[in-house]
Write a protein that binds this ligand. Structure first.
Ligand code: SF4
Length: 223
């Protein structure tokens, strides 16, 4: 288990996407991804050798400062962050941010779900990819599902992923969980792809179990 992680950047901003959009958050972007999506908007993060290995203590020092300034959770993203074993990192975040009231910093992760789980998270955003399907663990345990829409095949993939999730549970249980919104299904149009926007909007209009997610940070021109 590592005490160092290759770090692309870390910054305090607003979560731009999904259920927690608009909330104050601290982002830790780890380097390394072998999933290889052609439309990826963080290709610069793929090669972890280009980035310094930073001690998890140093990263957490910045998390603590952001928390004092108002960040309500920390988002571990990438790249594909679960390409690294995150057991030590998550444990250390919880221990080092524990306050007198026993509350520690909440940890969110954004993952494609292709690697084994490590670490423990308060919120899992699963963004599965058509060419590299996620492990069942993530289908069962994610809190939100975010499918990026570029073309019709992505809509078909979204439908298939939802079916896979339904298969993970007894039908009655998932019906209940959907009603309680335990899992939230998002289509997110790929940035600058007008076809993706039309497809996602049309699908969501006709399928109320799905919601539209927009990359609001890009409209706001913030990180
Ligand atoms: S999984 Fe994420 S970081 Fe990796 S290539 Fe795909 S979009 Fe980019």
């Amino acid at each position: 288990m590592t005490n160092f992680l290759p770090l692309v950047e870390q910054f305090h901003s607003l979560q731009g996407e999904g259920y927690h959009a608009g909330k104050s958050a601290f982002f830790v972007r780890l380097a390394g991804c072998r999933v290889g999506c052609s439309w990826c908007d963080t290709k610069h993060s793929w090669d972890e050798k280009k980035y310094p290995s930073i001690s998890i203590k140093k990263i957490i020092d910045r998390i603590k400062i952001a928390r004092e300034k108002g960040a309500s959770f920390c988002v571990i993203t990438g790249g594909e962050p679960l390409q690294h074993n995150l057991d030590n990192f998550c444990k250390a975040i919880k221990q080092m941010t524990m306050e007198e009231d026993q509350n520690s910093m909440k940890i969110h992760i954004e993952t494609s779900g292709v690697n084994a789980i490590s670490g423990s998270f308060d919120w899992i955003t699963l963004s599965p990819k058509r060419h590299s399907p996620p492990k069942n663990y993530f289908l069962k345990n994610c809190n939100e599902i975010k499918i990026i829409i570029n073309e019709v095949k992505d809509i078909e993939f979204a439908i298939q992923i939802k079916k896979e999730i339904l298969k993970q549970y007894q039908f009655s249980k998932i019906q209940d969980s959907l009603k309680k919104e335990d899992k939230i299904f998002y289509l997110q149009p790929a940035w600058n792809n007008s076809n993706g926007f039309s497809l996602a909007i049309d699908f969501v209009k006709n399928n109320p179990d799905w919601k539209l997610s927009l990359q609001t940070h890009k409209y706001l021109k913030i990180k």
